[in-house]
Write a protein of this length. Structure first.
Length: 365
C-alpha cells in the first residue's frame, strides 16, 4: 500500500529575486530549497516496524535529543541523485531504482530499516512538486536530491535504533568541476577508505569522514582528489574518496575499472558508463588494476585516458598521480576523446537530448 504524504507550505519561502540570484550561480550544496520531506519509522530491526507520517514541510533545523543514536554510533546512510529539466519543462531523474536499491543495501549494512523503493522514488517526486521553481536550467546544472536516514532514538545502549527518520532535502547544483579538464590526484598510502568486511560498499557518512584526512593531505600537494589503495592486494588501487575510477586502453578499445569487492561503492554512474561502453563495442574489464600497470600503461601509451565518475561530477578526467616518492604523468593533457564522448552521451540521456535506449529515465513531474 502506497504511503500518503501530507503537505505544509513554507510561509516564508525565498523571494523570486533571491531564488533567481542563487540559480544564477548555484555552486554545489551551498543553497537549499524551501521544503523537505520527512518520514518516521518505529519498530524493532529484527522483527520489523512501520513507516508513518510522511510529510512535505518547510525546510528547517531538525530537533533531536542529544542522546540520539546517530550522534554516538554513526547509524546513518545517505544518497545523492539529480533531477533534470527537459526542454518541454518536465523534470526527470536518472535510474532512481538503482539509488533506492543501494539505499536499501546501505540500510541493511548499518542495521537500519529498508525504505521501499516506491516510497524512495515518490519522496523525490513530492519534493520536486513543492520546489519545482528551484530546478536550474543552465549548462551542466541540475537539482540535487540528498535523501538520508538517521537513527533518532534517545538511547545510549549499543543496538539498532527503534526510532528512525528518513529525510530528503534539495539543492540547486551547478557544474561540479566547471569545465572538465584533467585534475591531479593524490595517492594515499597512509590511510585506507575501507577494509574487507567493513562498510565500503555502503553509502554512509563514516566512509566519507574517514577519507577527509587523506583529502587534506592531497590538497597540501596541490591535488583536488585522493585515490586509495586496496589494503589487501599489494599495489592495487580502489577508488577515489567519493568516485569510481576508469582506465581507457585506446589501442585495444578497452575500458578497465576495479571490480566490486565489498570495499568499493557500487556507483550508479559507474554501472551506466559500463553499459554505454559495451553499447559501443568496447571491451569492459572489471578487475584489479595496479600502480605498476598504471605506470607502465601510461609510459608505453597503452593507457590513453583515465577518468573518475560519480553523480555530482558525472565524468572528471584525471591528470597526474602524485605520491610521497613518485609521480605518474597524465596520459593526456586534455579531456580525452572517449571520456568526453561517454560523458556527453550520458548527460544527453539525462537531459533528454539523446535517446534513452535502456529506459533509465523516470519522469517526476
Amino acid at each position: 500500500m502506497a504511503i500518503e504524504f501530507s503537505h505544509e507550505a513554507n510561509q516564508s519561502p525565498a523571494t523570486a529575486e533571491r531564488r533567481a540570484e542563487i540559480l544564477a550561480n548555484p555552486g554545489f550544496g551551498d543553497y537549499f530549497t524551501d521544503h523537505m520531506v520527512t518520514i518516521d519509522w518505529e519498530g524493532d530491526y529484527k522483527t520489523g516496524g512501520t513507516w508513518y507520517d510522511a510529510r512535505v514541510h518547510p525546510y528547517g533545523p531538525l530537533v533531536l535529543d542529544p542522546a540520539a543514536s546517530v550522534f554516538h554510533y554513526g547509524q546513518e546512510i545517505f544518497e545523492g541523485i539529480k533531477g533534470y529539466r527537459h526542454a518541454d519543462g518536465s523534470v526527470w531523474t536518472f535510474r532512481p531504482e538503482k539509488n533506492a536499491a543501494r539505499f536499501a543495501n546501505s540500510a541493511h549494512r548499518l542495521s537500519l530499516p529498508q525504505l521501499p523503493a516506491e516510497t524512495f522514488i515518490e519522496s523525490l517526486r513530492q519534493l520536486i512538486k513543492a520546489d519545482e521553481s528551484w530546478v536550474p536550467t543552465g549548462d551542466g546544472e541540475a537539482f540535487y536530491f540528498r535523501p538520508f536516514m538517521i537513527a533518532t532514538e534517545a538511547f545510549l545502549g549499543v543496538r539498532p535504533a527503534r526510532h528512525v527518520q528518513y529525510h530528503v532535502i534539495g539543492s540547486p547544483a551547478g557544474n561540479y568541476f566547471g569545465t572538465p579538464e584533467p585534475v591531479d590526484i593524490w595517492l594515499s598510502t597512509t590511510y585506507a577508505r575501507a577494509g574487507e568486511g567493513g562498510t565500503g560498499a555502503a553509502k554512509c557518512g563514516g566512509n566519507y569522514a574517514a577519507s577527509m584526512i587523506a583529502q587534506t593531505e592531497g590538497e597540501k600537494h596541490g591535488c583536488k582528489q585522493v585515490i586509495f589503495k586496496d589494503p589487501h592486494r599489494g599495489d592495487a588501487i580502489e577508488e577515489l574518496g567519493g568516485m569510481n575510477v576508469f582506465f581507457i586502453f585506446g589501442k585495444e578499445n578497452k575500458i578497465v575499472t576495479p571490480e566490486l569487492t565489498g570495499t568499493i561503492l557500487e556507483g550508479v554512474t559507474r554501472s551506466s558508463l559500463i553499459q554505454l561502453a559495451k553499447d559501443r563495442g568496447m571491451t569492459v574489464e572489471e578487475r584489479a588494476i595496479t600502480l605498476t600497470e598504471w605506470r607502465e600503461g601510461v609510459a608505453n601509451g597503452d593507457i590513453t585516458e583515465i577518468f573518475a565518475c560519480g553523480t555530482a561530477a558525472v565524468v572528471a578526467p584525471i591528470g597526474k598521480l602524485k605520491a610521497e616518492d613518485f609521480e605518474i604523468p597524465a596520459p593526456t593533457e586534455h579531456f580525452g576523446e572517449i571520456s568526453k564522448s561517454l560523458r556527453e552521451e550520458l548527460v544527453g540521456i539525462q537531459l533528454g537530448t539523446v535517446e534513452d535506449r535502456h529506459g533509465w529515465m523516470t519522469r517526476l513531474i
